[in-house]
Design a protein around this ligand. Structure first.
Ligand SMILES: [Zn+2]
Length: 112
């Protein structure tokens, strides 16, 4: 491709933030949006929206996993405290403190 044809080729209309300022993307335009502007595939607005949607979906999933882990840890702590409570009776019931705690944590695992 000659240099003049390269200059004439439509460039992406997106403005990119970098170096503390906005500047033109500079990539060769590949798609025309409904706003009559040309964009490269990276900055074509529907593609941008799609990536944003995907990012938000992944973030929501990470948060859901983290919330579930927090709830599970809270249940384990509560069971641990109940077990400690029960250890008061351990010497009379013949079991050790460790056995009491292990039994209480087992209940949490079964509940899930
Ligand atoms: Zn672009």
């Amino acid at each position: 491709m000659s240099k003049s044809a390269d200059v004439a080729a439509p460039k992406c209309a997106a403005q990119i933030w970098g170096n503390w300022r906005y500047h033109p993307c500079g990539n060769k335009a590949a798609l025309r949006h409904t706003d009559e502007q040309d964009y490269c595939r990276t900055h074509y607005p529907p593609n941008v929206d799609e990536r944003k949607r995907k990012r938000e979906e992944e973030r929501d999933l990470r948060w859901a996993v983290s919330r579930e882990r927090d709830r599970r840890n809270a249940r384990i702590r509560a069971a641990g405290l109940r077990a400690l409570d029960d250890t008061f009776w351990a010497p009379w019931s013949g079991s050790t403190v460790a056995e009491e705690i292990r039994a209480a944590l087992l209940v949490v695992e079964v509940d899930e």
